[in-house]
Design a protein around this ligand. Structure first.
Ligand code: AMP
Length: 519
């Protein structure tokens, strides 16, 4: 049976009001009944508050608290898309996002945004954390009548853009409904109630997995907050008390945990399944996880933020682990077509051959917020004879499909990378470095160890050829990019060269450069 995501989550509030929808390692929790009551009240308050222009996307600032969920639901119930902004983001990036959104306002779930942003905070902001029970009671009542329609934007996630400006992926309500309906009405449908590890920050599409899969099913989501994220020991302590059954994370996060032998079935005896999306899942990781957690089911999914979340999924079997090929990324979900085209001619390539993947169908985003140029290139380049009026997205991923319809990932055609699970456009970092007065040219190289990117190196041509090139220079450059880029985008190492070698097209010759800094 097809359902509307919002109605299905609300229905849990009526059916099992006492059941816990979300809790975190700080001991904060919210029941389904409270989630419904508070999000309804907040939606009514938003609808009545003149600072919120009708229909504009609203920034929701915070981390992993129940109030984030309340705000997300309140936004869509009052006809606004929500834009999660995590505390991890530096102030200039937040200012950039707010600037791109124009007539937005900020729902601050921790009450710190004025302090963090200072004079860069130019839009109205509201400290939702200080709302009392009386405040919610004052606005209590039936949901606001202005809930987003299927064609309206449900959320916007900002992801790294190649020119130094993050780009906002606009997901419409229909996408959320379709994604959630697939998960709950397919072979992946859930039987008993689950407890999900909601690991990924809400700014990443991976976090949509358990929001879409777990909440309409009446499951419980568990997240880490603050202290518990600071060390593996504290994380393990929190996990051991969580009772999680289902784990959703990038493979990197699982690798990080598995590096410690204490991460095993004694620590989390309830763990039954893990779901991984976002980067290459290695057979070694799966084998070790299955060894540590006997009977564990491991799933690999594939999909970009631009297609809501994953559009293919499969359970990793022992046959797949024994196969010479890389692990598959799954079969296509219903309502989606994955087509592999020659990146030059845009002609379909035969099964087994590599080509660029285009995602077509009912969970593809509308485009990038306010960026028609980027939207045109990424969402309107699939030949119409193939897209046939459906939304499509050009992924930049090198993929092959085998005759059974199983897909395999083989890398990227461009300079987008994954570092410890984070999506990064190298051009984003390079543009930021080049904006500094000390820098004439910059090129950022990913350094691989054991087949995985371990860190980034920035290769710099200084504006003043005679300027010192040592530790002090690097410190100065890092200091200047830290307020602009999230910590995971700040290159670990800086190298200085007189010139960046160029290839025949006049672009940085990254291979030659890698050899140069290696030597
Ligand atoms: P994001 O928008 O952060 O979800 O990143 C999307 C990109 O992550 C894709 O375009 C791929 O390059 C990569 N990716 C996603 N899932 C997988 C997977 N299962 N295996 C390899 N790469 C993946």
């Amino acid at each position: 049976m097809e359902f509307s995501y919002i109605q299905a989550v609300d229905a849990q509030g009526d059916a099992a009001p006492e059941a816990i929808a979300f809790f975190n390692s700080r001991g904060e929790s919210i029941s389904y009944g409270e989630l419904k009551r508070k999000s309804d009240a907040l939606a009514r308050w938003i609808a009545a508050e003149p600072a919120f222009e009708p229909g504009v996307p609203l920034v929701v600032y915070g981390h992993k608290s129940p109030l984030m969920l309340v705000c997300f639901l309140a936004c869509v119930k009052s006809g606004h898309a929500y834009v999660p902004v995590d505390v991890l983001y530096p102030r200039e990036r937040i200012a950039n996002i707010i600037g791109q959104l124009g007539q937005t306002a900020v729902l601050d779930t921790i009450g710190t945004i004025p302090e963090v942003m200072g004079d860069l905070l130019v839009r109205p902001h509201f400290d939702i954390a200080s709302f009392s029970d009386a405040h919610y009671a004052q606005h209590a009542g039936a949901p606001a009548p202005a809930c987003v329609r299927p064609e309206d934007t449900f959320y916007i996630l900002f992801t790294s853009g190649s020119t130094g400006t993050p780009k906002g992926v606009q997901i419409i309500a229909e996408c959320m409904d379709n994604f959630s309906n697939w998960l709950l009405n397919s072979e992946f449908a859930l039987d008993e109630k689950r407890v999900w590890f909601n690991r990924s920050p809400f700014t990443f599409d991976l976090s949509v997995t358990d929001l879409a899969w777990g909440l309409p099913h009446g499951d419980t989501l568990f997240a880490l907050e603050d202290e518990a994220e600071k060390s593996l020991a504290l994380t393990f302590e929190a996990l051991s008390k969580s009772g999680i059954t289902d784990w959703v994370s990038t493979p990197s996060v699982l690798d990080q945990m598995l590096a410690d032998e204490k991460f095993n079935a004694d620590l989390i005896p309830t763990l039954k399944r893990t779901v991984h999306v976002g980067e290459v899942l290695r057979p070694e990781t799966v084998s070790l996880a299955k060894q540590r957690f006997p009977g564990l089911q491991v799933f690999n999914g594939y999909g970009p933020t631009e297609s809501t979340d994953f559009v293919s999924l499969c359970e990793i079997t022992s046959e797949m682990l024994a196969d010479d090929r890389s692990l598959p990324i799954g079969y296509t979900k219903p309502g989606t077509e994955l087509v592999v085209l020659d990146p030059e001619t845009l002609e379909p390539v035969p099964d087994g051959e590599h080509g660029e993947l285009f995602v077509i169908g009912n969970t593809v985003a509308q485009g990038y917020w306010g960026r028609d140029d980027l939207t045109q290139a990424a969402f309107h380049s699939c030949p119409e004879s193939i897209a046939r009026g459906r939304r499509s997205y050009r992924t930049g991923d090198e993929i092959a499909r085998d005759p059974s319809g199983m897909f395999y990932y083989h890398g990227r055609y461009d300079l987008q990378i994954k570092l410890h699970g984070y999506r990064i456009e190298l051009g984003d970092i390079e543009a930021t470095l080049c904006s500094l007065p000390e820098v004439n040219m910059a090129c950022v190289l990913p350094i691989k160890r054991d087949g995985l990117i371990s860190h980034l190196v920035a290769v710099i041509v200084l504006a003043d050829a005679d300027a010192p090139r040592g530790f002090a220079q690097t410190k100065l450059l890092k200091q200047q990019i830290r307020p602009i880029l999230p910590p995971y985008m700040v290159p670990r190492t800086f190298k200085y060269v007189d010139a960046i070698p160029l290839n025949q097209n006049g672009k940085a010759d990254r291979k030659a450069l890698a050899a140069l800094i290696d030597g």
